[in-house]
Design a protein. Sequence first.
Length: 166
Amino acid sequence: MFTAKITGVIPKGMNITSAPVETREFDNITAAKQWLLGEALSNLPTPVSTVEVFSGGQSIWREWHWSHDALKSKNELWWDAKDPSRHEREAAQVERKRQVESGQIPYSQLSLKEQFERANPRWLGPYFAWLPTSTMDAGTIWMSEYWVRATLGVKYKSKSFFFDND
């Protein structure tokens, strides 16, 4: 026997208490995969997180929302229906970032984040460490801000280790 399982996600703003999960038993793996990528995927009320097939309690096939074209398509269609203007908004954000980087927008009209990025081109952040995060200078930090050195990809609690004009 094969157990097919599809798991959804809880999109921000949806008032549901747990992610939708549906399982069904099948005689063969092919039927399980067909159900997961067909009927189960079509009937899932939220974007999909994973699809998985188990046999004897062990996972024998799994796909993630980003690793399978059918799952990507389901999620794109769901988000397009939920937020039809998101592609235009994302394009506008990309265009604004391009304008900021090229200097077409005066410094006084930049947001605080844009001002920081312009003044500190080699630093990314600040980020907030919700989970324990390893940094080069402070060890493992939690519930505090940290920055990432863009050229190195290394996390630092204090930006005083490097100058931006070096």
